[in-house]
Design a protein around this ligand. Structure first.
Ligand SMILES: [Zn+2]
Ligand SMILES: [Zn+2]
Length: 221
């Protein structure tokens, strides 16, 4: 997995071919603002690799329409239109122009009522906040972006072990509970999850689990 700096550099290179000359400076500035946000970088990378209309274009605003667990529903606005992406810190999936709505399973996942109402209720995009990098949002797990009361993504370094109270990814409990010496099979992950829920898996709690981050919110308007 590339680090954030390498990902930004790759996007900047794609932008040299994808962004109309007159829009290059603001487009680069927006990329810099989101330079530490893996969730936003996933959208930038997809956008500048594939360009939704096949025309040179540039993202001017990134809005957050919804979030659930580690997934975000973001809308990238350009001078050509508004484009929807389902994204996390690894990769983005292009869902199409906002006006065309979304696949039913995506609506269900993010908790929207119906495919018919989605384009109408989202015509007024200004109601939705500009996307703030999740690492600046103290109500979310800084590593996997679970919200208060949600379970972490398994493997999140912030998750607390219900057996020993230590860090679940580094304590030895997963091995002792499963009676094994290393985890090398997919089935062991399912077994571990079952044991975790049986014991009482510990959801994200912003007050107890969020480490203080030294960063102050960047100007994202
Ligand atoms: Zn987490
Ligand atoms: Zn433990």
């Amino acid at each position: 997995m590339k680090n954030l700096k390498e990902r930004s550099q790759e996007i900047a290179l794609l932008m040299q071919y994808a962004v109309p000359e007159a829009e290059r400076v603001p487009a680069r500035k927006l990329l810099e603002k989101y330079g530490d946000d893996a969730v936003a970088l996933s959208v930038f990378h997809h956008f500048y690799s594939f360009l939704p209309e096949g025309l040179d274009d540039a993202i001017t605003i990134l809005r957050r329409l919804a979030r659930r667990e580690s997934k975000f529903l973001l809308c990238a606005t350009t001078s050509h239109g508004d484009y929807l992406y389902a994204t996390d810190s690894e990769a983005a999936v292009f869902l199409g122009p906002l006006a065309e709505g979304m696949p039913g399973e995506v609506l269900d996942f993010f908790g929207f009522a119906s495919p018919e109402t989605f384009p109408k209720t989202h015509q007024d995009l200004g109601r939705f906040p500009v996307h703030v990098p999740p690492y600046l949002d103290r109500s979310l797990c800084p590593a996997c972006h679970a919200a208060e009361g949600e379970f972490h993504t398994l493997g999140c370094p912030v998750e607390i072990c219900p057996w020993c109270g230590g860090q679940l990814t580094s304590c030895p409990c997963r091995f002792s509970q499963l009676g094994i010496h290393e985890m090398d099979k997919e089935a062991q992950i399912d077994d571990l999850l079952e044991l975790l829920y049986a014991k009482g898996r510990i959801p994200f709690n912003a007050e107890e689990q969020a480490p203080a981050y030294p960063t102050s919110p960047a100007d994202l308007d």
